[in-house]
Design a protein around this ligand. Structure first.
Ligand code: ADP
Ligand code: MG
Length: 736
């Protein structure tokens, strides 16, 4: 050990790769195309996989039909053109025991790759390029061969590398760098930093608790493991580092927001003499025609606790479709009103905003407020307004005036609510329904301060279940409440997959039977991505076909995104009141629409929909104590993923379980969507495979940050957070 302090990741991030020996202008350019500029970039450019030389098979020992990894050198490479202009490349690979013929169809670039001509500095030399081939063994006329094997060019032209385990780095044709060179350079960084050692600012007790190795060993173990067991241990440490940094940043940001913003201490207690409307929440809950579920009661208690406190609430309410989130939202809004503030409910679509407005007016029509002596009797009805882009101008003016002077207590609307012209007298609670349709900027806009400097409490609701660990990462700056219980008496929805004409005919019969018995049905038309126009016309066709065919005699309505708003509202109203029996619709009905009498959901070409969407759609039925059905119609040959999706839907009605399947099938980027972008610090960690580490990192971050001052004792860790988290990451955190 030298007396100089250990080298930090921040130091490494400030040193350019041109410092390395063997990196000249051309290599520098190549590294740059891989996004590698600093020594830290290089150190965190991890191998994609490893070839374990002690475990590769000898060509001579391979049996037909076996899958095998073969390590050898390229003997000859040839290419020829066959009929139809297709190109076949044939390469011979030899190891000490024999030779293997590898045939590539339609991959003409293999010729260049395997002769070493595509990668500067990795010429075949005398011995030929070293490669690893993975594939199934075929035997033809006594000759072992593979067709379209997976190829890793190890590119060790000199045969000088003797390590048992060879790291294979992600390469690109453009970078013209070999995996060998990349490995060589990261080894150089490690060699050079060995004397000072790589700094490890993560507290020792944290490392001990989770049996994590030091950073120096971790970086060495991931780039040049001497066994695969060593790689596992190294990876674990680095995965933890990534997740820990992310969680520290999220928790820190959360604490900073809390410290910087002045919240409203809401009136949650009847005895509180600040109450403008004493007992309002209790009256509302007492007037419900049912008892709260345990989960609803817990959620309301948590929210009350947040609202009573001085720190603005920033909470995510996750609840599967039908779990009764609306009641929880109303309790939160009315808590604001009870204390003389206002509540705003923001829905993602006009249909939903209107539906909420109808429901809220219905439930609250008899509620009155004592009014600060402005009216003769000292009482006035609760002011409820709807504000969307199609609110007529005069009404809009009235509503805006009412929001400004405080006579509108609850406003329900779409994003029209966050336009500049909307001023509140005192906005106390904001509920954002179906969060996934809103961007973080929109959320931020609603959290703007009131005139007195206070900021409203925010409750975000989502019916898209997110696996727990994903929620911790994506919504790590929010507290979460989960409604994990459905109202009692719900009869499970029977889901079936109609894969034949007969099964589809049965589905239409089911619709007729249910309508005859007083039920209603949805028919969802095929999804046509990126073309609302085509989708609308296909919905029209379906409507025509059913009206004159399978569902002739029933009262059908049509709903799609290209209809005018009043038309849509009229159709929805008809379906809600029972003037229509069947609603033929596109996915405009996906979120939140609540018609308890609907007992059948038929989804056409169901394999085109994603799991989350199907789950949302299915949630439109099963909203009463009557049995209900969901029929997924999908004929013909489906993609394997399509089959898996439908099988999962038939098997399970649990949104969280389905979310896990979805994560498995689509990968986290796709599932998490927008918010996940810019998470560039996650190079190794996977929310799927490293679940337990997400939780550990979250817990440790919460413990370390504490009330916000915990990081003061760890300046080097803070420095690392500030430098290592990508700028877009910080941006994102600031906005949310
Ligand atoms: P979500 O928005 O979570 O999908 P909703 O709030 O729309 O669910 O509630 C679904 C249905 O369940 C509504 O018809 C609602 O009136 C009803 N409901 C809510 N809570 C309860 C409860 N505790 N007991 C019985 N029915 C309930
Ligand atoms: Mg809802």
């Amino acid at each position: 050990m030298s007396d100089r302090p250990p080298i930090t990741l921040v130091d490494l991030s400030a040193m350019g790769v041109e410092l390395l020996s063997g990196v000249g202008p051309r290599k520098l350019e190549g590294l740059r195309t891989l996004g590698i500029e600093s020594l830290l970039d290089l150190l965190t450019y991890y191998p994609r996989r490893y070839v374990d030389r002690t475990r590769e098979a000898r060509i001579q020992d391979l049996a037909e039909g076996e899958e095998a990894l073969v390590l050898g050198r390229i003997g000859s490479v040839s290419s020829r053109r066959i009929r139809g202009g297709r190109v076949i490349v044939v390469a011979e690979v030899r190891d000490g025991s024999g030779s293997l013929r590898c045939t590539f169809f339609n991959q003409p670039w293999r010729e260049k790759q395997l002769t070493g001509r595509s990668s500067a500095g990795v010429g075949p030399g005398d011995a030929g390029l070293e490669v690893a081939m993975f594939g199934r063994i075929e035997v033809f006329r006594g000759q072992r061969q593979m067709t379209n094997p997976i190829v890793d060019v190890i590119g060790d032209p000199k045969g000088g590398r003797t390590g048992r385990i060879v790291p294979i780095y992600p390469q690109s044709e453009k970078a013209r760098l070999s995996t060998w060179e990349l490995g060589e350079w990261s080894a150089q960084v490690l060699r050079r930093s060995r004397e000072r050692g790589i700094d490890d600012p993560v507290p020792e007790d944290v490392l001990d608790r989770h049996d994590l190795v030091g950073r120096q060993d971790a970086y060495a173990g991931i780039h040049a493991p001497s066994s695969m067991a060593e790689e596992v241990v190294a990876r674990r440490r680095l995965v933890f580092d990534e997740l820990f940094r992310l969680q520290l940043a999220l928790v820190r940001r959360k604490r900073e927001i809390e410290a910087a913003s002045l919240g409203i201490r809401h009136v949650v207690d009847d005895g509180d003499d600040r109450a403008a409307a004493p007992g309002l929440v209790a009256r509302y809950l007492g007037g419900l025609p049912y008892d709260l579920t345990g989960a609803q009661a817990r959620a309301i208690a948590e929210i009350r606790h947040d609202l009573a406190g001085p720190v603005p609430m920033h909470r995510l309410l996750q609840g599967d479709v039908g779990s009764g989130k609306t009641v929880v939202a109303m309790a939160a809004l009315l808590t604001a009103v009870q204390g003389g503030h206002q509540g705003a409910l923001m829905a993602p679509t006009e249909v939903l905003a209107e539906q909420h407005a109808v429901g809220v007016r219905d439930q609250l029509q008899d509620v009155t407020l004592t009014d600060g002596g402005d009216t003769l009797l000292g009482e006035r009805p609760l002011g409820i307004a709807l504000l969307t882009n199609r609110t007529p101008a005069a009404e809009r003016r009235r509503t805006l005036a009412g929001l400004a002077d405080g006579t509108v207590d609850i406003v329900i609307g779409t994003h029209a609510l966050i336009q500049d012209a909307v001023e509140f007298r005192s906005l106390g609670v904001v509920v954002i329904d179906e969060q996934h349709r809103f961007g973080v900027e929109q959320r931020a806009a609603l959290r703007d301060a009131n005139a007195d400097g206070t900021v409203p409490d925010v409750l975000v609701m989502t019916a898209t279940p997110i696996p727990r660990t994903a929620a911790m990462t994506v919504y790590g700056d929010l507290d979460t409440t989960v409604l994990d219980e459905l109202p009692p008496g719900r009869v499970p929805i029977t889901t079936s997959w109609a894969r034949t004409d007969e099964a589809e005919a049965d589905a239409w019969q089911l619709v007729r039977d249910q309508v005859a018995a007083g039920g209603r049905a949805y028919v969802v038309c095929p999804l046509i991505e990126d073309s609302p126009k085509l989708e609308a016309s296909s919905a029209e066709e379906t409507y025509e076909r059913l009206a004159t065919g399978e569902l002739q005699g029933l009262r059908l309505g049509l709903l799609h995104g290209r209809m005018k708003a009043p038309e849509k509202a009229e159709v929805m109203e008809g379906f809600r009141t029972g003037a229509l029996d069947v609603l033929v619709a596109t996915t405009v009905i996906e979120v939140g629409v609540d018609v308890p009498e609907a007992t059948v959901m038929v989804v056409l070409d169901a394999d085109r929909f994603g799991i989350a969407q199907l789950h949302q759609l299915r949630g439109r039925v099963g909203r009463s104590d009557a049995p209900s059905w969901c029929v997924l119609v999908a004929h013909g040959v489906l993609t394997p993923d399509g089959e898996e999706r439908l099988e999962a839907m038939v098997r399970s009605t649990d949104g969280f379980e389905l979310a896990e399947v979805d994560l498995e099938l689509r990968g986290e980027g796709a599932v998490l969507g927008e918010r996940q972008r810019g998470r560039s610090d996650l190079k190794l960690a996977s929310l799927r495979h490293d679940r337990q580490w997400v939780e550990i990192a979250r817990d440790e971050a919460l413990a370390l940050v504490g009330d916000g001052s915990g990081l003061d004792d760890h300046p080097r860790l803070v420095e690392e957070l500030d430098v290592l988290l990508a700028p877009e990451e910080e941006d994102f955190l600031l906005k949310s």
